[in-house]
Write a protein that binds this ligand. Sequence first.
Ligand SMILES: [Zn+2]
Length: 79
Amino acid sequence: MNCPHCHSSSTTERQGRTVHGFRRFRCRECGRRFNERTGTALNRVQVPTDIVFLVVFWRLRYKLSLRDLAEMFLIVKGG
Ligand SMILES: [Zn+2]
């Protein structure tokens, strides 16, 4: 996986996972640490993956509209 900061491909995977279960990496070029979600759209909105999966599940299971999902999403996030 390439470094999201300097885009180097010389990265090493680190032991253990983040609290959300993502694989962790360290860049040998710039020395920065990141995980497989760093720099992605999902990471930017700061939503745990399990909530995203839950929302997708609701959409498929109950055929909710995106408007319904947005509302439920806010409830789950607590605000
Ligand atoms: Zn880097």
